[in-house]
Design a protein around this ligand. Structure first.
Ligand SMILES: [Zn+2]
Length: 142
């Protein structure tokens, strides 16, 4: 059996530009990237499910995510910034999906390319919450 290589545990510095490193996490330019200025905030320990992070790791990651979100706006990289974390174990690890959990920071502008190509149809998905759905989900999550 071949050992599964994790690109975030064994960083290839020739491919990945790390812009900040601390005891628990690092920030890198996403490569490939979705939007100019797309950053990744990655815990150093290999964790696949976000709920496996220790409280200390979660706090450290969140502090960095928020600080870089502010940097993106303050430095004028963009006027907005999406923060995203995807947990999709059903997608195999590949060029644009790594099993090691991480956050995406996506600099955003109104009606930017991402909006025009990806999110424009999202408007049609919004629905008012029905009373039945509301009660059912409240029960499920309580
Ligand atoms: Zn890893």
């Amino acid at each position: 059996m071949t050992k599964k290589v994790c690109p975030f545990c064994e960083i290839d510095l020739g491919k990945t530009e790390v812009i900040e490193e601390s005891e628990l996490c690092f920030v890198a330019l996403s490569n490939p990237r979705l939007i100019v200025g797309h950053l990744l905030v990655i815990p150093k320990r290999h964790v696949e499910r976000p709920w496996e992070l220790s409280a200390k790791e979660a706090a450290a990651l969140y502090e960095v995510v928020i600080r870089y979100q502010k940097k993106i706006v303050d430095l004028g990289i963009a006027t907005g910034c999406d923060v995203r974390q995807n947990y999709r174990p059903f997608i195999p690890q590949g060029k644009i999906k790594v099993d090691h959990m991480y956050f995406h920071l996506l600099p955003r502008e109104p009606e930017d390319e991402y909006f025009e190509k990806v999110q424009i149809g999202e408007r049609d998905l919004w629905r008012d919450l029905s009373q039945t759905e509301r009660q059912k989900l409240k029960k499920v999550f309580s």
